[in-house]
Design a protein around this ligand. Structure first.
Ligand code: MCN
Length: 764
């Protein structure tokens, strides 16, 4: 019987729960003996010309080995924008040269014998700045009137998407009702438990070995090679345990490259682990979109047209954030069959932390916009928001469906997901309870928020379609090893990849070792992001295992002196036998005795897959204090065939909590001078397990034909669906009082202000 689809416990957990993980800061490799420690001196101002950086006093401080500024790194390339379509004149020097563009930008490093000496020595670095006006507001950045971050570029616009001039004047013609609103999808911090880190050593052979917490060692190797101006073949990246990444640990940041450069310059291993405050101001942030939505249709609930205009704050230098609008536009109409839809975007630089990929990267923003638009429309026409969704969802389809924005949805049944979620939530009963509280004028009102979503997982730019490789080897002792190009950091690939191989090879899960994250061992791989791993990396493991059985069949035929076609593989016993003569058999392990029994396989997908679902959030809002509390979260997240429900549910749980946190409390804030006000966990709140209700997960599985597993991605779905459901629930609690919108996060202050700003409301 197949173990696929069963709740196999995570094989990773006994280690994490007993001896604990080995993170980059814990790596005790002997090559790192005597390592020096790198501490970054960061800009305290958002925008300034650097007059001078003087490290001479720091050089005399206890334990200081060396100190370097941008001038020392002259000749190294800039961190280039990650996509060719982004403005190439907005690159970032590894240490600032001439100008600083955000608080937290690395300006210099001090290198010390002991880790604790760095912070003190850094105080002695004298940097002189000529302040420039900070450009903080994306709208002002777009018009360039407040100043330019890169005068040589002549603009603050990093990229434009779609033709703004080509927006149709007649888009909303014939609509009974048109609603417009500008909403903010606020900037948030990925805040992984493990901050960024690196450890680096150059060998006598001139090769660099770098330990970096990352989402794909191969991509990190290639980024380091580019930043250091060396051949990728001269770099080995090793990935220790990674304490969360959420999209923000792909590739390499300037700091990682500087640590490697210091190790080379000093001829000595070097290490770095950033502090929590550094992480909150200098690791790429997420989201940061201002969205103008317009929706129009008839009073019977049919939406005829939808427009989305996006202003993306890319931060001071170009990371993936500048490209996010491309994904937001692709997913703009979500699961709906709007008659007409348009979307355009602009990404601009501002004097703030660069914006990058953060769980969902571009898709949560699309869902948030359209789900708010539907609710605004429903409120104006006075129709139940569930009913408006019912009227506009795309009908079920089994053959790929191409949208007006060029996305090819593989399979979907959006209406079924909606009905399932509504029924699991007891929607009718909730509306009755809401009506009762409204009629009674209760202080604490009830809100029900719905969010229907479809998202893209496993996108790939590779020619020939997204792909991933896997190597499977069976050893003479009956155990097996898998090498994968994916890079788990909490997703449990060691468990699921072993399940997939076990299912084909008949080797128990606990006898299969899964390895990743060492570029000398696995030179190629796409890493883990975009919820691509199972559908591409997992499919590659299954494919390699099947090919291994065929290779073994040839050897078994020779061993048993039978024709390969007459052999059957018994997956329970892990042995080949001659059909009709079970005594003539040979175990798989024996066939590995001598020549290695190993196959490497590349799985190519025809394209990305499009998971979907519906979230229903129930919130209580105190109309006197503005305090909103999430009471229930009911979700349907259809990721096709589920291989391990325990892990898929874990992904949903984490994703929902993160998504709800964006709606309720998370926000990166700057003051008027560009100083970050949320540089510690005292000021940057997120939700922990004690602050969320127990999630109610309903099952639904619409398989995809794009891989033999039938699986789509689940890693980001929770985040994508939850945010608008929670936001809509909070607003829904107050619609009868005239409230139509509250920007996220719905802090008590914001909710209270929204109530007070309704015309005719009681004065404060
Ligand atoms: N799975 C399954 N059946 C499915 C889909 C997935 O059993 N139909 C299982 C997979 O086998 C895997 C897990 O669920 O064990 C997630 O698989 P998948 O959806 O392929 O996503 P990835 O493994 O590619 O993970 C990436 C995704 C992303 S993009 C972010 S961001 C994110 C996330 O995963 N960051 C995380 N989850 C995270 N979880 C933790 N703990 N830490 C992070 O940083």
């Amino acid at each position: 019987m197949s173990i696929l689809g069963t709740r196999v416990l995570r094989t990773e957990d006994p280690g994490f729960l007993t001896t604990g993980g080995v993170y980059t800061a814990d790596v005790a490799d002997e090559r790192l003996t005597g390592a020096c420690h790198v501490f970054f001196v960061r800009s305290p101002v958002a925008h300034a010309r650097i007059r001078s950086v003087d490290v001479s006093a720091a050089l005399g401080a206890p334990g200081v080995v060396a100190a370097f500024t941008g001038a020392d790194l002259d000749g190294l390339p800039l961190l280039a924008p990650p996509m060719p379509m982004l403005n190439e004149r907005m690159g970032q020097p590894l240490l600032a040269r001439g100008t600083v563009r955000f608080v937290g930008e690395p300006v210099a490093v001090v290198v010390t014998e002991h880790v604790y000496q760095g912070e003190d020595a850094a105080e002695l670095v004298g940097a002189d700045y000529d302040p420039l006006p900070p450009v903080l507001d994306p709208a002002q950045a777009a018009d360039g009137l407040g100043g330019l971050l890169f005068p040589e570029a002549g603009t603050n616009v990093a990229a434009s998407f779609g033709d703004e001039a080509g927006l149709r004047a007649d888009l909303f013609d014939g609509c009974d009702m048109v609603v417009s609103r500008t909403i903010v999808n606020q900037r948030i911090a990925p805040a992984p438990m493990e901050t960024r880190a690196a450890a680096a050593v150059w060998g006598e052979d001139g090769r660099l070995t770098a330990w970096v917490p990352n989402q794909g060692a191969q991509g990190t190797r290639d980024s380091l090679a580019e930043l250091l101006g060396v051949d990728p073949a001269s770099i080995r990246v090793i990935t220790p345990d990674v304490g969360g990444a959420f999209g923000a640990k792909f590739g390499a940041d300037p700091e990682h490259a500087v640590v490697c450069w210091v190790a080379r310059r000093l001829g000595r291993p070097a290490r770095w682990t950033e502090t929590r405050s550094e992480n909150l101001v200098a690791m790429a942030h997420g989201r940061a979109q201002r969205q103008s939505i317009t929706i129009g249709g008839s009073r019977d609930g049919a939406v005829a047209a939808y427009r989305l205009e996006i202003l993306q704050d890319a931060g001071a230098y170009l990371r993936f954030g500048a490209f996010l609008p491309a994904l937001t536009i692709m997913m703009a109409p979500g699961p709906y069959a709007f008659g007409r839809a348009e979307a355009v975007a602009k990404a601009v630089v501002t004097n703030t932390t660069p914006v990058g990929a953060y769980r969902g990267a571009g898709r949560p923003e699309a869902t948030a916009a359209v789900e708010r638009a539907i609710d605004l429309f429903a409120a104006e026409i006075g129709m139940d928001p569930a009913e408006v969704r019912r009227k506009n969802l795309l009908p079920k389809f089994n053959e790929p469906h191409t949208t007006a924005f060029g996305a090819v949805y593989d399979s979907g049944d959006y209406a079924a997901a909606l009905e399932k979620a509504l029924s699991a939530a007891g929607y009718q009963g909730l509306r009755e309870e809401q009506a009762r509280r409204r009629a009674a004028g209760d202080v604490v009102q009830l809100g029900i928020g719905i969010s229907c979503y479809v998202e893209i997982t496993g996108p790939g730019m590779e020619a020939g379609g997204p792909r991933e490789n896997a190597t499977v080897e069976v050893h003479p002792d009956g155990s097996a090893t898998i090498l994968t190009g994916t890079s788990p950091h909490g997703q449990g690939h060691a468990t699921v990849w072993a399940m997939l191989a076990s299912d084909e090879l008949g080797i128990p899960v606990d006898r299969i070792t899964v390895k990743w994250g060492d570029t000398d061992l696995i030179p190629e791989g796409g890493g883990t992001g975009g919820s691509r791993s199972l559908q591409q990396g997992g499919a590659a493991v299954q494919q390699a295992s099947r090919e291994l059985i065929e290779l073994a069949r040839q050897r078994a035929a020779a061993e048993l002196e039978a024709s390969p076609a007459d052999l059957v593989f018994d997956g329970v016993r892990g042995a080949f036998a001659v059909a009709g003569d079970p005594r003539a058999s040979v175990p798989l392990a024996k066939l590995a005795d001598g020549e290695r029994l190993v196959t490497r396989s590349v799985f190519r997908a025809p394209g990305p897959t499009f998971p979907f679902g519906t979230h229903v959030a129930v919130a209580e809002v105190d109309t006197e204090t503005g305090k909103a509390v999430l009471r229930r979260m009911v979700t349907v997240d259809d990721a096709g065939t589920v291989i391990n429900p325990l892990l898929a549910e874990g992904q949903r749980h984490g994703g929902i909590a993160q998504g709800a946190a964006q709606a309720l409390c998370e926000e990166v804030i700057y003051d008027a001078d560009g100083n970050p006000l949320t540089a510690s966990f005292a000021d940057y709140p997120f939700l922990s397990a004690t602050e969320v209700p127990s999630f109610e997960l309903a099952d639904m599985a619409t398989p995809t034909s794009y891989n033999p597993l039938g699986a789509k991605g689940i890693g980001e779905a929770g985040t994508i669906g939850a945010t608008p459901a929670v936001q809509n629930a909070i607003i829904d609690a107050l619609t009868h009082l005239g409230v139509r919108h509250i920007d996220m996060p719905a802090s008590p202050q914001r909710v209270w202000q929204a109530l007070r700003s309704v015309p005719g409301s009681r004065p404060a």
